[in-house]
Design a protein. Sequence first.
Length: 337
Amino acid sequence: MIKTDIIIIGAGPVGLFTIFEAGLMKLKCHLIDAIPQAGGQLTEIYPKKPIYDIPGYPSVLAGELIDRLMEQAAPFKPGFTLGERADTIEKQEDGSFIVTTSEGTAHHAPVVMIAGGLGSFEPRKPKIEALPNFEKNGVEYMVREPEHFLGKKIFISGGGDSALDWAIYFAEKNDSPVGLIHRSDAFRAHKDSVEKAYQLEKEGKIEFYTHAEVVDLKGDKILESIEIKQKGQENKIVEVDTWLPLFGLSPKLGPIGDWGLEIEKNAIKVDNTLDYQTNIPGVFAIGDVNTYPGKLKLILCGFHEATLAVQTAYKIIHPEKRFTLKYTTVQGVQGFD
């Protein structure tokens, strides 16, 4: 059982900033996210996309913003459960909560903050009849532990940043070339990544299959080969150890929708007159996952919501204490020992 002061569901920018605000009040946080690294969709979907509306940054890449938020949170020593989805929440007799993940990891805290952005992200899966037979047996939708893929024959499908970044990573690490399959010859990834991938092709480390898609999977319980359909050519069957269809993630509210929270248009209703608490006392929703009159889905607004939510969280966790707000310009930032 992981015990903390605040369980934060969602390790995107708003969840990460909550660590800092809670840390200023000497509150410990533990974050849960289905994505295997911190950063939410900023890391997983568009790490190299510029963002223009963060105070103090005329322009900042999404991935760089996450790096800065992690640096800001580091002194407060947050805990992370990544690559696991928050599945259930149980209110205890003392008013605290136990949140259990899809892998059975249990977390206990007096306060829960849902900062899940647009909800839990689930992989977009290709429509291949045999696909379910090989999930986690050769087919993976995310790279949780890259070292597990080293030395394997890898094929990757997709044309975005995630597909290109992992193709480059494994091409540079593995002896055998990485196959990269895309339905077009125009990639959505950052220009530098595309240029790097084509350079690796010249070096014999990446094999491109453009205007192509995987149409079938073969194997005896474990994936052994994939069938590639390519425009103007006969279908080709190639042996593989791992196929990574990286077509992005689809946002869904997921199990959170079954927690007894008041839901409106696939978002969690909150009280915005005070602290962004839900209809369940002790459970807050901050960032894009919530809704209220006048709601704006901006990272900046999520930062504001997190700041106010932490004030009430402190009162729940320490009802006997009075917190006096002191400006960081006066007291500085004192992390945990």
